[in-house]
Ligand binder design. Structure first.
Ligand code: P71
Length: 465
């Protein structure tokens, strides 16, 4: 098997080195066995996130040089507005500093105290912004998404029975809006089908509900539609994107992913009322409505990146590089979430380390072991990320206890993928020797960022807490 051919050549490089085994051991200990607390200079291959970690093109860098840093009416804003109109088909846009800025404005505008927001799974920042606005997010994704072995081609789809039941139970006036994420992050980067989006629109029309998309990874989702959905085999990606967006009233977009930039975000809509309200708020929280927290040069990079990120040849390489890593791991019998998603490969830590009890944090353990073994940094996406039950204070143990290997865009070569796979396969062969972790420091909010752990030695696997 070979990795996909890159549709670009490399003009600038950044040196990276593998820290010695001794330094890796020290570094992970100093970081309290939490990969968020590692120093970047101690990392060889950084698969923590695909957010803000892309390599920009010569065309984007050239755009940075024509940044118009006027406080008001920057020409780069109008270039961004035009790119959003051309690629996504929305009329109005409000720029923000990054995705969560857009979530804040959009979700606060549309949510009243006590209302419900159905969504295909959840994302941490999205959930927080709905809750801060007084609402509750409820998961209405299809059951297949919760099963790592299930090979459904559109595992990100909304389950209409769940959605309809929720609307009927509470009444449509209790539903703030219906929220659909593209290429669902927490489910493993799993796409939503065009048919599902079309049917969400029809159902919401019947109840007069607004539909808001989280389009953060929509170009990658569009690629999967072209690859897997009948009738779209030869459709240009931009046409797929415009059809997808036509089924919504608006979107929030973290440009740090599919727009191939290091910072930025926006919301976009065809609804004049949403536009006026969010544009009224952007000046309070982000900046004037023609920059919204971004520099002029950043807006230019987003405008150009949105167009580049929707090119078929680029997406084909991108999706296949992620898949290549997944296939290599599968060949080595490493248990991963199937099918491989758009932005990351997820390892099933419960299957990788079956000898560890949940309260020895298998995914946290595995991410720290991968780093110690190879200098590759990954992210825990399991019980530590999920946190405690707000009422009982007990740890929640979600079905999915995963380690995310997130692939930055246009940054690493296929050889980096091979190195990563080889190290993880070697680790898998000695998995029985891996001891668990004990949490020794736990912050109150978003504990995964700063929690600290100690390594237990065998046979000290007894649960004390
Ligand atoms: C990712 C991130 C960044 C992140 C956020 C929180 C904890 C750890 C890492 C950000 C997203 C996202 C979706 C679907 C909105 C945001 C927020 N993802 N929606 O996966 O995936 O965007 O970071 O630009 O504010 O590592 P923002």
């Amino acid at each position: 098997m070979k990795g996909p051919v890159e549709p670009f050549k490399i003009k600038v490089i950044e040196s990276v080195k593998i820290p010695s085994e001794k330094r890796r051991m020290e570094a992970i200990r100093e970081a309290g066995f939490n990969t968020f607390l590692l120093l970047s200079e101690d990392v060889f291959i950084d698969l923590l996130t695909d957010s803000g970690t892309s390599a920009m093109s010569d065309n984007q860098w050239a755009g940075m040089m024509i940044g118009d840093e006027a406080y008001a009416g920057s020409k780069n804003f109008f270039n961004l507005e035009k790119a959003v109109q051309d690629v996504l088909g929305y009329k109005y846009i409000v720029p923000t500093h990054q995705g969560r800025g857009a979530e804040h404005l959009m979700y606060k505008t549309l949510t009243n105290e006590g209302q419900i927001v159905p969504r295909n799974m959840y994302f941490t920042t999205s959930k927080v912004h709905v809750e801060l606005a007084g609402g509750t997010m409820v998961d209405v994704i299809i059951d297949n998404a919760h099963d790592p072995e299930n090979g459904h081609p559109f595992k990100g789809n909304i389950d209409f029975k769940k959605l309809e039941k929720l609307i009927e139970e509470h009444g449509p006036e209790k539903i703030a809006f219906v929220n659909v994420e593209m290429d669902v992050n927490m489910a493993g980067g799993q796409p939503v089908s065009m048919q599902n989006l079309r049917e969400v629109r029809e159902l919401c029309n019947n109840y007069k509900l607004k539909v808001i998309f989280d389009t953060t990874r929509s170009s990658e989702n569009a690629y999967f539609i072209r690859e897997r959905e009948k009738g779209y085999e030869n459709t240009p990606i931009v046409d797929i994107l415009r059809e997808m967006m036509s089924y919504s009233d608006g979107c929030i977009y973290s440009s740090k992913k599919d727009c191939l930039v290091n910072i930025g975000g926006f919301l976009a809509t065809n609804d004049k009322d949403i536009f006026q309200k969010t544009r009224g708020m952007v000046v309070v929280y982000e900046g004037l409505h023609t920059y919204g927290g971004m520099a002029g040069r950043d807006m230019e990079a987003v405008a150009r990146g949105l167009r580049e990120g929707a090119q078929y040849e680029y997406l084909k390489y991108r999706i296949n590089q992620v898949r290549y890593l997944g296939e290599l791991l599968k060949e080595g019998n490493v248990p991963i979430v199937k099918p491989v998603g758009g932005h990351a490969v997820f390892i099933d830590a419960l299957k990788f380390l079956p000898h560890l009890p949940r309260e020895r944090w298998p995914a946290q353990t595995l991410s720290s072991e991968i780093y110690a073994d190879s200098g590759v940094r990954t992210m825990e996406r399991g019980a530590i990320s999920k946190g405690r039950d707000k009422i009982t204070g007990k740890n929640i143990f979600p079905k999915l206890e995963l380690v995310r290997l997130t692939i930055p865009r246009r940054v690493y070569t296929n050889t980096h993928m091979e190195y990563t796979a080889e190290s993880i396969i070697n680790l898998y062969e000695k998995k029985d020797t891996i001891p668990g972790l004990k949490m020794v420091f736990e912050p109150e909010y978003l504990r995964f960022f700063q929690a600290r752990f100690e390594q237990l030695s065998f046979p000290q696997q007894v649960i004390y807490s």
